[in-house]
Design a protein around this ligand. Structure first.
Ligand SMILES: CC(C)[C@H](C(=O)O)[C@@H](O)C(=O)O
Ligand code: SF4
Length: 485
């Protein structure tokens, strides 16, 4: 090149980014320090009656309004009763106060509310995707840890505390610290009767209940692509049980098909533009993750928990572990405490443990596909004597759909209670509470001490596994139910 000729500027290619980095970069208003803190713009938020009251009170005291009321969706879900005949009356005065203050706040701040009797009511993490309120590329925050569920739609969702809700409502932003990134690649084909709940329970068992603390997880691999969108939600929902404050899956054709007919999804030309934009929502080739985990699920077995933390889990073919085999003193004491609470003896076959209750519900596993899985097991059978079995659909829409498909009748015929939607016995904040000593096969996500009632014992598993336990009266391998599962 002759001197004086303009020099060719080398093309600076973008540094490859993870899906997480793309979301955070696109929503960063400004960097706040060199420690990873940013002011993060939040596209939308969901609020419930249980964690929002102090935030609204804070706004009232400071004389502040809500910056973007239309970016907020309020849903009653934690405390409402789920009795089969639904009405607005609430026996519990505490719950009634929470709901009426929530109504007042929505009215005064101009926010849309899905109240107890609304046809669109349900558990927030079921309702928000169902309405098309959550779209790929969005950053969503809510006062609930299972906001991670939205990762299944290619959105970044995370839970926040009460003071953060107040800040968010007032400014539509949050002070946020960037997380490290963990990629979980899932390969192989699950055997019959195996579902996404088993995959996430096995991951949590492997990496531990704080194994992903400080990380956002991206799930990828052929076994994830093969799952339905609803099944993917189960995985992202429970990622928080491994400590992750965010879970991701790159959106694909299944996600677009899921969203296409949702009431609040963009329509017409806006839809085409949105899909074109969503195509870029994937981790770039060569992007670096802080950590990688590989899972092969060919030999995965149906999972159940035996302890009081979601990572205290094993294949249903296994036995209650023996603390004396645990060399680490702290872990041994943890195990002993868990087994004392669960009233289980080391070496007992998991598949022989009798139950008193069966609960199919929660934002983890009460969507229509979950109810179909459970109904396939239940059809033509009856709930075992001495077992109280309940179905609490994830939303009123899921409930109606299950009625239309005849699933509700299958459950009723078998002796299940067919109830209205809400969080219900997932955390027992309404009147669906277990008594001390009760033992419940549950399709939920947390098995902490007292989670479903003081002194009550929870075994987490997939909805079909709960259905199988309900009709046999003890924990059981759903694969014994043959080809129909
Ligand atoms: C009540 C709420 C704060 C809580 C959560 O954040 O997850 C609840 O939904 C739960 O599942 O334990
Ligand atoms: S269903 Fe359970 S896990 Fe989900 S939001 Fe309600 S209480 Fe939390």
């Amino acid at each position: 090149m002759a001197a004086g000729e303009p020099q060719q500027v080398p093309i600076v290619t973008d540094i490859p980014k993870t899906l997480y980095q793309k979301h955070i970069d696109a929503h960063t208003v400004c960097e706040l320090d060199d420690q990873g803190h940013v002011l993060l713009y939040i596209d939308r938020q969901v609020a419930n009656e249980y964690t929002s009251p102090q935030a609204f009170s804070g706004l009232r005291q400071a004389g502040r309004g809500v910056w973007r009321p239309s970016a907020t969706l309020c849903v009653v879900d934690h405390v409402n009763p789920t009795a089969p005949e639904r009405n607005a009356a609430m026996a519990d005065p505490g719950g009634a106060r929470q709901v009426s203050y929530f109504e007042e706040n929505c009215r005064d701040f101009g926010i849309e509310l899905f109240n107890v009797l609304d046809k669109r009511q349900g558990i927030e993490h079921v309702v928000a995707p169902e309405q098309g309120f959550i779209l790929p590329g969005m950053v969503i925050a809510a006062g609930d840890s299972h906001t991670t569920t939205y990762g299944a739609l290619g959105a970044f969702g995370f839970g926040i505390g009460t003071s953060e809700i107040e800040h968010l409502l007032a400014t539509q932003t949050l002070v946020y610290k960037r997380l490290k990134t963990l990629r979980v690649t899932v390969e192989g084909r699950p055997g019959p009767g195996l579902v996404s709940k088993d995959i996430i329970m096995e991951l949590i068992r492997q990496i531990g209940a704080s194994g992903a603390t400080g990380y956002a997880i991206e799930f990828t691999g052929p076994a994830i692509s093969a799952l339905s969108v609803e099944a993917r939600m189960t995985i992202c929902n429970m990622a928080v049980e491994a400590g992750a404050r965010g879970a991701f899956m790159a959106p694909d054709e299944k996600v677009y098909a899921y969203l296409a007919d949702k009431p609040r999804a963009p329509k017409g030309e806006l839809w085409n533009q949105a899909v074109a934009r969503w195509q870029s929502l994937h981790t770039d080739v060569g992007a670096r993750f802080d950590r990688e985990v590989h899972m092969h699920i060919d030999k995965l077995q149906p999972m159940v928990t035996w302890g009081t933390s979601p990572d205290q889990a094993a294949a249903i073919t296994g036995c209650v572990p023996d603390p004396s085999q645990e060399p680490d003193l702290i872990l041994r004491q943890d195990l002993e405490r868990a087994l004392r609470y669960m009233d289980l003896t080391p070496g007992t076959a998991l598949a022989s443990i009798p139950i008193s209750h069966a609960f199919i519900g929660s934002c983890t596993n009460a969507r229509i596909e979950d109810l179909r899985d459970a109904a396939r097991v239940v059809r033509g059978r009856t709930v075992a004597q001495g077992v109280r079995a309940m179905i609490v659909p994830g939303s009123t829409q899921v409930r109606d759909q299950a009625e239309t498909e005849g699933l509700a009748q299958v459950f009723r015929d078998a002796g299940f209670e067919w109830r209205q939607s809400g969080c219900s016995m997932c955390l027992a904040m309404n009147d669906d509470v277990l008594n001390p000593g009760d033992r419940c096969a549950s399709s939920t996500n947390r098995n902490f001490e007292g989670r479903q009632g003081a002194g009550a014992r929870t075994h987490l598993m997939s909805p079909a596994m709960v259905a199988a336990a309900a009709v046999t009266g003890h924990l059981v391998d759903v694969r014994q139910f043959g080809s129909e599962v």
